[in-house]
Design a binder for this molecule. Sequence first.
Ligand code: PMP
Length: 389
Amino acid sequence: MTTNRKTLMIPGPIECETNVLQAMGAPPKSHTAPDFIKSFGNCLNMMKKVWMCPSGQPFLVAGTGTLAMEMAAANLIEEDDHALVISTGYFGKRYAEILERHGAKITILEAPVGDVVKTEDIEEELQHRDYKLMTFTHVDTSTAVMVDAASMGALGRKHNVLTVLDGVCSVAGEEIRQEEWGIDVVLTASQKAIGIPPGLALLVASPKAMETWKSRKTRVRSYYADWNNWLPIMDAYTAGKPAYFGTPAVNLVTALETGLNNILQEGLQERFERHKKTGLAFREAIRALGLSMIPKNETVAANTLSAPYLPEDVSLPDFMKAMGEAEVIIAGGLLPEIKGRYIRIGHMGSVAHTDLMNAIRGIARSLNQCGHKTDEDRGVLAIEETMKE
Ligand code: PMP
């Protein structure tokens, strides 16, 4: 039988390793079965390693990345607390809405498209008001802009503000050292660089974040997201005991165990380096085709995805139609201001050299088909040259 299955290269969900798919496909286990309890406990332990946060409290809950964002907000914010949102695109704005819904008074500092907010501007704002919490998006999936997470952690420490990193498009792809960098919450979802199908909200909270939550004066406004409901479950599974609050997504949890194992076996530093190289190779190839990127320079460019502008003479619907013939699936724009003018290609997790080649060939051919002349070989060569270095 022949198949014409295409490689999924949108910025999440991504392709999964075979052993992850096998774990996913096993018959569901009881959430109180001894081997499931062990898998859950292993996941929590491995999360602390992948997040590099040995003293952190992991939470592993059925839901998406947005739930992880909301969980941090719901548990850390009380009515009228001040929260500062550092926005580099679509997901920064989403965080502002979530925080507001939980009663926070929001200030949002928005970066120009393709850039980050200047450290001096953040610092000035932090001096100006007594903020309880500051959020930032490590890699905003709408712009492919990456924020310097270490310096944000340092700013939070300096000004005694809790820091929350939305790492949905970065955890296990871009370097994050949660404990060393002093970041209070690092959150993600299963479907991106972690390499599992969608459906799990994952976060690790620092001792300081847990203290802040414990000393709340008011009730958490979300029932499902309340750590009062989830902490006993995490504690029980860590201690090898059964517990129930909401039925765990059992197949996703066993798949996560396999996926986190894959990540640790590769080695975190090796994995970060591989993503850096892949990201650079892909950006070089895109530039070799004559396209420009949304991130204004290499310092702010993410490695988990690329977001190039289409040439002015090519329309997004025509381009995407032409991409229908390519061997890979990519995504269109997301940021409302420029949505119809750019594309997004995910290259995280188990992405292979050949996937990059297929993507760049598909993009070059589609541009040609839309009447914009490009030389496919230049793109391919750029990948080969960069990967060799
Ligand atoms: N933050 C970022 C940076 C994201 O990329 C996404 C998803 N694309 C989210 C948050 C929301 O995650 P989910 O779609 O899993 O709710």
